[in-house]
Structures are given as C-alpha cells and as structure tokens.
Design a protein around this ligand. Structure first.
Ligand SMILES: *Cc1c(COP(=O)(O)O)cnc(C)c1O
Length: 411
C-alpha cells in the first residue's frame, strides 16, 4: 500500500479535529461509515435528554414552554443550524421531516413565480424529493415536472431552463454517488432564467462547508452528518428577501402572528417562523441541540480538509488493490462530498460481509456501495482498516457466503 497504517496514525495525531472523536459514543471494534445515514451518538445527548425528561417535563411540566424555551425551539435551533449552511439569523427554522419541508418549500416557491408552470427536478435525486414534488404538483394542479439528469457528472440544466420554469429542486450532494454541485454557479444559472432555486442539503450540512446565501429556499435533515438522532427535526431555509411574500400552506397555529390570541383566522408570523405548523417534538430538539453544542466549535475549513484527506485516501487505497470495483464518486475532490461510492453487481452481499467484519457501510439500488466519512469521529486509521477489510472481502470472495444473500428490510 502506498501509505502504511503508521502513516495514517501520524496523520491522525496531526489532525486539528482529533479531540472531537471523544465527544461520541461509538461501538468498539467498528468502523462506522454510515454517518451519512444516521450520525453517531454524542456522549452528551443522553444526559441532556434525561434532563429534559426529568426536570423540564417531569418537574416543571407545561411551564417549560416558557421557562425552558420550548416554544421557541424551532427558531433557536434553526439559528444554530444557520452558520453551518451559510444562512443568516432568522432565515432557518428547524422542524418536521425533510419530506414535509420539501412540500412547504415547493408550495411556498411556486406562487412567487405566477404564470410559470414548470418544476425542474433531478431524476437522480433522493426519491422522497421527487415523490413530494409529484404530490405538490398534483395538489396544486396544472404544474409540469421536467426531469433532468446528469451527463458525465454535469447537469443538463441548459436545455431544461426556460421562461416557463418556476423553480428548480436539486440536492447539492448526490445521496448515491456523493457527487457535489457548485451551489453558487447552479443558483446563478437558475436565477438568471428567472426561476427560484431550492436546494436539498441533506448530504451537505455537516459534511462540507455550505454557502446557501444566494439561493431562494433550502431544506435539509439533521440526523445524518449533524448527529441529531433518529428522526431529528429537519429544517427549512428561506432567504430573508422572500420573507414578506412566502406562504406556508400548512398554516398551523405555531406559525401564526399571535398564536395565543386564538383568533378565528390565520395571519402569518413575521419571517421564517411562519413555516412552523404544530407542536414541536421537544425531546428530539433537545437531542439535536446537544449535538449543535459540538458543531458550534467546529472549524468548517478543518472539516473539509479532513474529509477530502479521508475520502481521497480511501479511493487511493482501493485503487491500489484493484478489487473489481468501479468508482461511482467523482475522482476530483472538488466535486465530491464526504462520501465514496462504488458499483459492484453483487453490492448487497458485499456490504453484508463488510458489516459482519465491523465495517459499516450500506447499499443503494441498483448496484451502489456507500461509505460515508464523518470527519468529526473518524480517523485515517479507520479509513485504512476499512479499505483492507474491503480488499479481503473481495479478493477472498467472502461475500459469496449464503447468509449474505438474503435482503433485510432496511438495506
Ligand atoms: C436523507 C434524505 C431525505 C430524508 O427525508 P426524510 O423526510 O427526513 O425521511 C430527503 N432527501 C434527501 C436528498 C436525503 O438525502
């Protein structure tokens, strides 16, 4: 191998982010490369949630809506996510799932471009994004979805954009391949055509530094690289220049201008707060905020440097062993998020064999093996160990074992 395990140890000793690993509870003897699906558990989370349960809920009960800041959690949490995506204070609201926020974002964007009836959507996008766009287009009638795809990694947006396009929804980082769009360039191109740009940041926030500030709207989740916990609140970003004009179609009381006046009719709250709908899942916000305490101290330039170093190392190591895998991620680090994917016709049993040996990746149809590299808790030695285990599974064909062939419910 071009680089030894000892070299990796040296890299880890010099890593400015090395102390963050201690912030997380990781199972022993496991290389966890699924932080792009469910982030690891921060050590501080259990105590924080325990306090919220026993003291805020158990002892202070409903008073905690005021005294523990429960009522404002969607906004205060959103303001803590904002710096991670290049948004300003008051532009991000945390809540609901990503899917629900996609619906809110799409249905908020469309009326801003009356007369334009086309939504551009990416065929390679995560299915829920596409499903929700279909649902929104159906519910609001008379919208056409124009699908685009990538040709050699580049979007064919040029042909699709016209003066009939109201909005474009894209993921900055592709969930299968980790390919990353240039947010600034694509946003400028879309806006030059008079359309609104909505970004999905699910595989970006906490993986790469993001500057969403030129975009119109964005959404993302917090249970992947942001380690907010299973089902943690997602978020919506709305550029402040649109705040006066956007509407939340799920116009619930939490987004009302004066919720405790209990007026018979809806009046939207100022700013991004109007995108709140119903009561927030307080315990999930508490877990997310425990993780955001950690994120507050992370220098995103260090995060990116370490991510590039680890993903490039993994690609180099796998290149060397030539195990019959095809790289599905961009080789150019500038065009790659914090994930490396390969194609293999027996990808599913390969992943099962890896998991059995403590290397946790996952599989996505039709033939993609994914490895996420969360820079806060992974080390270069983990990258080395994962690559050597992968080499062994492939060279000895360990994946052919009968037990790895059967599909589990969640792949
Ligand atoms: C993970 C992910 C989602 C998840 O949506 P949920 O509603 O949180 O389940 C949506 N879109 C993309 C691009 C994702 O990567």
């Amino acid at each position: 191998m071009a680089i030894s395990r000892a070299d990796c140890q040296t890299l880890d000793e010099q890593d400015p982010l090395k102390d963050f690993r201690d912030e997380f509870t990781l199972p022993p003897d496991v290389v966890y490369l699924l932080g792009n699906s469910l982030g690891a558990l921060p050590r501080r989370t259990a105590a924080r949630v325990g306090h919220a349960v026993e003291s805020e809920w158990g002892r202070h009960l409903g008073a905690s809506w005021n005294t523990a800041g429960w009522w404002d959690l969607p906004q205060t949490t959103g303001d803590r996510i904002a710096p991670l995506i290049g948004a300003g204070p008051g532009e991000v609201l945390a809540g609901d799932s990503t899917s629900v926020n996609i619906f809110k974002a799409v249905t908020a964007a469309l009326p801003l471009r009356p007369g334009r009836r086309v939504i551009i959507s990416d065929l390679d996008n995560f299915p829920t994004d596409r499903y929700v766009v279909e649902g929104a287009a159906r519910a609001f009638g008379d919208y056409e979805i124009r699908d685009i795809g990538t040709v050699d990694g580049a979007l064919n947006l040029d042909e699709a954009l016209g003066d009939d396009v109201a909005m474009v929804l894209l993921s900055q980082v592709d969930y299968r391949t980790g390919a990353m769009h240039d947010i600034g360039a694509v946003t400028a191109q879309v806006q030059a055509a008079g359309a609104l740009m909505v970004w999905d940041l699910c595989h970006s926030a906490g993986a790469v530094p993001v500057d969403v500030s030129a975009a119109d709207l964005a959404i993302g989740c917090t249970y992947k690289y942001l380690n907010g916990g299973p089902g943690a609140p997602a978020y919506i970003y709305v550029a402040s220049r649109h705040h006066q004009d956007v509407r939340n179609v799920i116009s619930g009381w939490h987004g009302h201008a004066a919720p405790f006046d209990f007026e018979p009719h809806y009046r939207p709250a100022d700013g991004v707060r109007r995108f709140a709908s119903g009561s927030p899942p307080v315990l999930s916000y508490t877990a997310l905020n425990a993780s955001l305490d950690i994120w507050e101290r992370v220098d995103l330039r260090h995060l990116r440097a370490k991510s590039v170093s680890m993903t490039s190392l993994f690609i180099d190591l796998v290149d060397e062993m030539r195990p019959g895998l095809t790289l599905a991620s961009p080789r150019d680090a500038d065009r790659r998020g914090s994930q490396v994917s390969y194609r293999h016709s027996d990808g599913y049993p390969v992943v099962r064999a890896l998991v059995d040996r403590g290397v946790i990746g996952d599989y996505r149809e039709p033939d993609i093996i994914r490895f996420g590299f969360a820079p806060l808790y992974l080390r270069h030695v983990d990258v080395y160990d994962a690559a050597t285990t992968l080499a062994e599974v492939l060279s000895k064909e360990l994946w052919r074992d009968e037990q790895y062939q059967r599909r589990l419910t969640v792949t």
